[in-house]
Structure formats: C-alpha cells, structure tokens
Design a protein around this ligand. Structure first.
Ligand code: PMP
Length: 305
C-alpha cells in the first residue's frame, strides 16, 4: 500500500500516490474525527462500474453533517472524483476509499480554524475474508467488546474513531481462532460485525437487527431489496445471540465482505454448518447485480468511463 504507482485524488486534484501525504499534526490522526466510505467498482459486463455510488456519497455527506464537518466539495464533484480514481489508476475492479478529515491548522479539541480535506484512493481488493469463505462460510465469536451506544459515538455516521471499537473486537476474534466478531449492543442484542451488517434465516424468513446501533449498510439495503424481489419475507427486529445459535442460516453483508456466510458462532454450527440455500440465493443475486449480469436494478451501477 505504501509504495506504488498511481494517483490519489486530494482536494480537487490527482496527486501521485507517493506524494499523497499529510502533516504529522493532522487533527484527525490525533482525535479520530473524520468520516469515510468504502465503495466498490466491479468489472461489469458493460464495463467497470461503481456499485451504488450515489448512496455512498449521500452517506458520506450525512456522516459529515452528524460530525458537524462542512465538506468543501459538492456531491457531484465527489462522484466524479471516485470515478476518476478508478479510471486514472487503470483499475478494472476496485475498492474505493473517500475520506474527509481535518487538517493541521490547529491542535487540541478546541481548534476551530481547521480546514476540511477530502481524499479518494482506489486500489484492487479481492474477497475481504478470502475467496473460499464466500462458499465455505466463516467462524465467528460473540465479542467481549460492546458496540457503541447511540449516545457515545454517533452510530449513523461512518466515522474514523468508531473503528477502534471494530478493531479491538476483530483482533480479539482472530486471537480466539475466529474470522470475525459479532458485536452486541449495550442491551445485549445482536448489532453487527466489525465491518458488516448481520442477517439470519429462520423458517424461510430473513431477519436483521434494526438500525439502532448498527451502520445503515448499503449492502444491507441491497440484500433486503433483493430478498423482497425474490418473495422472501424480511423482518427487522432485535435479535438475541441464542436466536442466532438456533438459526437455520446466517451471513454478513458489507461492501468489502459482500455476502459472507457464517457457519459457526461461539463454537456452535449454524444450521448445517455450511452456506445455506437462502444465503446462496441472495449471494448469487448480489453477484449477478454488481457484475451487471442481471437486468434488475441497473440504475445501481455507475460506469466509470
Ligand atoms: N457495519 C460497519 C461497522 C461497517 O464498517 C460496514 C462497512 N461500511 C457495514 C456495516 C456495511 O456497510 P456497507 O454495506 O454500506 O458497506
């Protein structure tokens, strides 16, 4: 990641990858007050296209509003920057990282003269948890770390500082031999993974936690829509960890994780302990759509050309 050819969009212009640097006193580096997105471009049948670009840009602006950050660019400019970052790096498929952060004009929590900078980087990134896990499924563990309370950090914002909680949970899960963590909310109900939304299937119905403490995931919205299109009932409700133990199927969704089946939670096999049929159906609908192989929801794809 450190040393490579290519360009990164920074404050309105493309900068060579190696020169895209910030000062050590960059405010966001010290206090975590910044907002970002994770977006994917796929090598679609019609050419490289960004999946649900507008929704990601809208969420970035909402995150900034929640943190009271004034973004110095409009949505159209940032949409174009994301397309250009894929195009100008010659990428057929990509993970795109827009981020807005405070500059180094002041230190301390009271600094009020800070400039807001915006960057967009793009690079090639395969399956987030490994190709084989998309079919085999992953092992997860309930985290000893609690997901943020809605009044501790703002859970509707995808903000930099939130991810300290995610990383602590993920490191713990990995150190216990698992692939990912399942975080519970302050009341003990299932919230989400360190970077994914959670779904489970029971008796043919798809369940996912309400949005109280988890991120309003764009893949979550996508899967809920695809399930409805396929005639699968979708219910948003509080879910307990023992409901997950006796679920027929479970999976995570996210831009990076796409649709990743969960085969085990806390040492208990979920259903048959393999990717279940509803998960497989939704995963395959998802991959058809992002790759432009399905006529449905073509408006979710924005060509980069
Ligand atoms: N929850 C968290 C904490 C995340 O970081 C992500 C990834 N952005 C998600 C859920 C999934 O969101 P999306 O589908 O929009 O990528």
């Amino acid at each position: 990641m450190a040393d490579r050819d290519g360009v990164i969009w920074l404050d309105g212009e493309m900068v060579p990858w190696r020169e895209a640097k910030v000062h050590l006193l960059t405010h966001t580096l010290h206090y975590g007050m910044g907002v970002f997105e994770g977006v994917r471009a796929y090598d679609a049948e019609q050419g490289t296209a960004i999946f649900r670009l507008q929704e990601h840009t809208d969420r970035l602006f909402n995150s900034a509003k929640i943190l009271n950050m004034q973004l110095p660019f409009d949505k159209e400019t940032l949409n174009e920057a994301q397309k250009a970052s894929v195009r100008e790096n010659g990428l057929k498929s990509a993970y795109i990282r827009p981020m807005a952060f405070f500059g180094s004009e002041g230190m301390g929590l009271r600094a009020d003269n800070l400039q807001v900078h915006v960057m967009v980087a793009a690079w090639e990134w395969g399956a987030y948890m490994g190709e084989e896990n998309l079919t085999r499924g992953i092992k997860i563990a309930t985290s000893s770390y609690t997901r943020h309370h809605v009044n501790v950090t703002m859970t509707k914002a995808k903000s930099n500082g939130q991810y300290m909680n995610s990383m602590l949970a993920l490191q713990e899960a990995i150190s216990h031999g698992c692939d990912e963590a399942l975080l519970l909310d302050v009341d003990g109900y299932v919230s989400e993974g360190s970077g994914e939304n959670f779904f489970m299937v029971k008796d043919g119905v798809l369940y996912t936690p309400e949005l109280t403490s988890c991120l309003d995931g764009i893949t979550r919205r996508t899967i809920m829509q695809l399930a409805k299109d396929a005639g699968i009932e979708v219910v948003e409700k509080r879910i307990t960890r023992d409901e997950v133990y006796i679920a027929d199927e479970a999976f995570f969704t996210g831009t990076a994780a796409e649709v990743t089946p969960i085969r085990m939670l806390d040492g208990r096999a979920i259903g048959a302990g393999t990717r279940g049929p509803v998960t497989e159906q939704l995963q395959s609908l998802y991959f058809d759509i992002v790759h432009g192989r399905s006529p449905a929801h073509m408006d979710w794809l924005t060509p980069v050309a």
